[in-house]
Ligand binder design. Structure first.
Ligand code: PLP
Ligand code: SF4
Length: 364
């Protein structure tokens, strides 16, 4: 996703790709379609560069009234609209309240100035132990692998993250690799971001290889929304890369509504699960998206039917520009209580909030 544009006041535009020194190895923006003759481009990279970035086009695709456009354009100036076409195809045409649309369409409320919301609600900046490396908890540390995402989620708690300060070239990662190597209490590296799966297999493999060379690391966790919003990304070569690693791979995907788990997305999740990679989901409790027992139960059932286990249901992190997504904690507790009465125990996610400075996510 697009980092600190809103802070720097830079005009919104195409997302800045990661690893600019390796330009041939990254998605190119603006979209190059069709691909130049002789320029190899795999399907998922085309899907990525082909994402919808213009609010007018999104409204048109979904046959929504043009009066939504001025606010959408204005809010997109703070944090650009990006949504892959596969994800758009799972939205209901003509429904401005569609739960998938609501996650990606810029809204007028984002422009409200609210003093109760902050730029860094989860204390990322205090947890940064090296460029691109965050450690909050014992035994695991998180790499901000890239600033780019396939989708810009309006409620993202990192929508103001200063990605511009983080490593881009592979060599820029050396201080983070050294920090991981120096602390033998660390057993798990988490690739997050941004979204690590926007990196090509070659980039990922290079990073993973460096992690594999650290003997005390045992597990590699990938936090990604691509299996949901850009399912083409789950290729056999990616699965081979993860399965062949010395590190035990764990995939944590991010879906918030059962309508996301359809068609090509369901196929991608099934592929991941059948390939033997433990696959979990984290969701965020979001006003107007999944704040009902029916919506949450359908999400957890759909995941469970594919062998994906609901891991966390996150209480909204109070990030500036997204306060309209917040659901009161008391309501969340009620919902989870009702879920518990409805679902197999293993399909009930842990309802948590992230409180800066704590030693783990805080169960609610
Ligand atoms: C959320 C988070 C993790 C992962 O926490 P788990 O409870 O193990 O899923 C790790 N590092 C950071 C910095 C985090 O924000
Ligand atoms: S929630 Fe995840 S996928 Fe969505 S914009 Fe934020 S980091 Fe990217």
């Amino acid at each position: 996703m697009a980092g600190n544009r809103e802070i720097s006041g830079e005009a919104a535009g195409p997302v800045v790709p990661d690893f600019p020194s390796l330009r041939d190895d990254i998605p190119q923006f603006p979209p190059a379609r069709p691909a130049e003759a002789g320029e190899p481009q795999t399907d998922w990279r085309r899907s990525l560069s082909d994402a919808v970035r213009d609010p007018a086009e999104l409204l048109e695709l979904l046959r929504l009234p043009a009066d939504l456009l001025p606010a959408a354009r204005q809010a997109a100036g703070l944090f650009p609209l990006v949504v892959p076409r596969s994800f758009v195809s799972r939205m209901k045409v003509g429904d401005p309240a569609d739960p998938l649309l609501r996650q990606v369409l810029p809204f007028a409320e984002e422009l409200d100035v609210r003093t109760d919301l902050v730029l860094d609600p989860v204390g990322d900046s205090d947890a940064r132990i090296a460029p691109g490396l965050l450690q909050k908890y014992e035994g695991r540390a998180l790499l901000v692998s890239t600033g780019v995402c396939a989708v810009n989620c309006r409620y993202c708690f990192r929508r103001h993250y200063p990605y511009g300060d983080e490593p881009r070239r592979l060599d820029d990662w050396q201080p983070a690799i050294d920090a991981l190597a120096a602390d033998d209490t660390l057993h798990e590296a988490i690739l997050s971001g941004g979204d690590p799966l926007v990196l090509t297999d070659a980039r990922l493999a290079a990073l993973v290889e460096r992690l594999e060379s650290i003997p005390h690391l045992k597990r590699l966790r990938i936090h990604s929304r691509l299996p949901i919003v850009l399912p083409d990304r789950i290729t056999s070569s990616l699965i081979d890369l993860l399965r062949d690693s010395r590190l035990q791979a764990v995939m944590v995907v991010h879906a918030n509504h059962a309508h996301e788990i359809q068609g090509d997305c369901a196929e991608a999740l099934r592929t991941l699960v059948r390939s033997g990679i433990p696959t979990l989901n984290q969701a965020v409790l979001l006003n107007g998206v999944n704040d009902s027992v029916a919506a949450l139960a359908a999400l957890c059932e759909s995941l469970g039917n594919l062998g994906v286990l609901p891991y966390y249901l996150h209480q909204f992190d109070r990030v500036a520009g997204a306060g309209h997504f917040e659901v009161a904690e008391a309501r969340g507790l009620e919902l989870v209580e009702q879920l518990r009465a409805k679902l197999s125990g293993y399909l009930v996610p842990r309802y948590v909030r992230e409180i800066a400075g704590r030693r783990s996510k805080t169960p609610l």
